[in-house]
Design a protein around this ligand. Structure first.
Ligand code: BES
Ligand code: ZN
Length: 603
């Protein structure tokens, strides 16, 4: 196995060298990679939990001449140095340009003749968006603080001076120094064997990745293997539950490999973050970061992990060249996620999850301006976060499904495998995808341009029927008539569909009755609890107030927080409650989430 993996590795880097390196125009980066670019990064950083600051050096290996431009945001630059092959560093001039609200400031460093390395000495700002510093109370162990980073889409520049465009790939090494009792992990090789905390850690990432996949977490972490090349890192109190929830991890990797070829990143581990983690999951290579809210006790929410795992092919191996091409990452990933689900848990479950997502897409799309309903989104002058809607995810996956239906599964699977192989360790544009598709299927009837460059859902949209959801609809009809329902053996997604399908006219008394029978307020499934709490606010079911308070105090996942705060803000009373909750708990939220919630409550 070791030799085989080593082979694949060199195969990957060969691919990368052989490929003609071209760079798509990225409106979200100041870098000019065609003139000078970084190919490798050495990080040497100290983690200061008191000051909430990372400080040290970033040394880039450079290809190019005269001047290199990095992206930065909120970084304090102390000095810049350059060196030739001999690594004798001498100070060189730099200029930090004007600050743009979205992009930050360009850092232009003068390259003397023969410069091969540039070293930047710097420190981060305590309010760097990529960094969440958690006080001990917000961790599972409650004794030690915790730090994690979130780089996507353009936050890596808030902790590293870097050419922060997904079209530019680098390898990296890192030295991280922290308190002796803490453990550090990165999106790189990690120590699974000794796990002896020393406070000094070294990492190596030999496969070239885009900057948004740079990731670091520091805390009182432990590790538990799940399979031969899979495992979980988390704090001790969560370790057992996490390992139990993820028993299928190894099988997931195998299922994905069977479909799309060898897993090229050697290990696949998952870091379960504290509940303040602002998103569901982040596909940091070799080490997915995930919210603990997916631990439901019954593995009902593990599809999130198959999504992040799928990014090991779509996203991390073949990467969107710019944030306008984001659907190449997420649409492919949702498609692959569905296929992994189908392999592991059968077609019924996978189609059910797809059907739920399609309903959500239609709901969201109805509220989006036409320009944001296209797969390729124009993001000039805009924050790339504005492109993060269900359109790239679900409309993207639907188009790929339509392609599968037209050409047939066998030919389509061969295409996707070939696509991952051909563009492995490269960043590509939507136009390149279109070209590849045309080359392989010249007779294609599907109007791909309509899918990519027109708003709405084309007439060619595949119909996804779910038997399991129609069962729920039948019971909802009974509920409307006041008849007894049959809910035996319902799975979490069916319950969610049920809660979302309850009538607007629902009364608090009806909610109390439902709660007495199905115990929603006590649900250990975060998705169900979240949907229930939204209803509790809407229908003034006060018995869930304590659960709402607890949820808002600890969970930082925006997908859950936004609907709750939005529902509260719909009435004057509710808005006052929302403001009070926000004032009390905003310190517990990630800077990205706090900003978004502040907007909702009018702060
Ligand atoms: N790569 C995304 C997370 C992301 C996207 C972060 C854009 C910042 C900007 C990740 O793979 C993802 O999509 N996570 C989802 C879960 C998934 C199952 C849809 C999430 O966090 O909700
Ligand atoms: Zn994703």
């Amino acid at each position: 196995m070791g030799a085989c993996l080593a082979l694949l590795w060199s195969c990957g880097s060969k691919n990368q060298e052989a490929a003609k390196v071209t760079f798509a125009q990225d409106v979200h980066s100041y870098a000019r990679p065609a003139e000078a670019r970084s190919t490798h990064l050495e990080l040497d950083l100290k983690v200061d939990f008191e000051k909430k600051v990372l400080s040290g050096t970033a040394t880039h290996t450079i290809a190019g001449a005269k001047e290199i431009v990095f992206d930065t945001k909120g970084l304090k630059i102390a000095k810049t140095e350059a060196a030739g092959e001999d690594r004798q560093f001498r100070e060189t001039k730099f200029q930090l340009g004007a600050v743009d609200k979205i992009l930050g400031a360009p850092l232009a460093v003068t390259l003397p003749e023969g410069a091969k390395y540039v070293r930047v000495t710097y420190e981060t700002s305590p309010d760097a968006i990529a960094l969440q510093w958690l006080a001990p109370e917000l961790t599972a162990g409650k004794k030690a603080p915790y730090l994690f980073t979130q780089g996507q889409p353009i936050y890596t520049r808030t902790w590293i001076p870097i050419q922060d465009s997904p079209g530019i790939r680098i390898t990296y090494r890192a030295k991280i120094q922290t308190q002796p009792n803490f453990f550090a992990v990165m999106s790189a090789t990690n120590d699974q064997k000794t796990m002896v905390p020393t406070g000094k850690y070294e990492f190596d990432m030999q496969q070239a990745i885009p900057p948004y996949l740079m990731a670091l977490a520091v805390g009182e972490l432990q590790f538990r293997p799940v399979g031969g090349r899979t495992g979980v890192y988390t704090e001790k109190p969560v370790l057992d539950a996490a390992a139990k929830e993820f028993v299928d991890l190894e099988d997931m990797v195998k299922a994905a490999e069977k479909l799309y070829g060898a897993y090229r990143w050697e290990r696949y581990d998952v870091l379960i973050c504290p509940p303040g983690f602002p998103i569901g999951g982040m596909e940091n290579p070799r080490l997915t970061f995930a919210t603990p809210t997916i631990i439901a006790g019954d593995r009902s929410l593990v599809s999130l992990i198959s999504h992040e795992l799928a990014h090991s092919w779509s996203g991390n191996l073949v990467t969107n060249a710019t944030w306008s091409d984001f659907w190449l990452n997420e649409g492919f990933t949702v498609y692959v996620e569905r296929r992994i689900q189908e392999e592991l848990y059968g077609k019924q479950r996978s189609e059910m999850e797809f059907a739920v997502e399609i309903a959500e897409l239609k709901e969201e799309m109805a509220k989006l301006p036409a320009k944001d309903q296209m797969l390729y989104v124009d993001l000039k002058g805009r924050d790339p976060e504005e492109g993060v809607t269900l359109v790239p995810y679900i409309k993207g996956a639907l188009m790929l499904r339509a392609l599968e239906e037209e050409v047939g599964r066998e030919r389509w699977d061969a295409f996707v495998r070939g696509y991952f192989d051909k563009f492995a360790f490269q960043s590509i544009t939507t136009a390149q995808f279109e070209e590849e598709l045309k080359a392989k299927f010249p007779e294609l009837k599907l109007n791909v341009k309509e899918w990519i460059y027109q708003p709405g859902l084309p007439a060619s949209t595949p119909k996804i029927d779910s038997y399991l959801l129609s069962q729920v609809d039948a019971q909802l009809a009974k509920f409307q008539k006041g008849e007894a329902m049959e809910t035996k053996e319902w799975v979490a997604q069916q319950w969610l569909h049920f809660l979302r399908g309850l009538p607007e006219s629902l009364t608090a008394a009806q909610m109390a009755k439902l709660d007495a029978t199905y115990k929603f307020t006590q649900s250990g499934n975060s998705e169900i609890l979240d949907a229930w709490l939204v209803l509790a606010i809407r229908h003034k079911y006060a018995a869930a107030d304590a659960a709402l308070d607890k949820f808002l105090s600890s969970v930082g996942r925006q997908k859950f927080l936004k609907p709750l705060y939005t529902e509260l803000a719909k009435t004057p009373d509710g808005k006052a409650r929302a403001k009070a909750f926000y004032a009390k708990y905003k310190g517990n939220y990630h800077p990205i989430a706090a900003g978004a919630i502040g907007g909702i409550v009018g702060d």
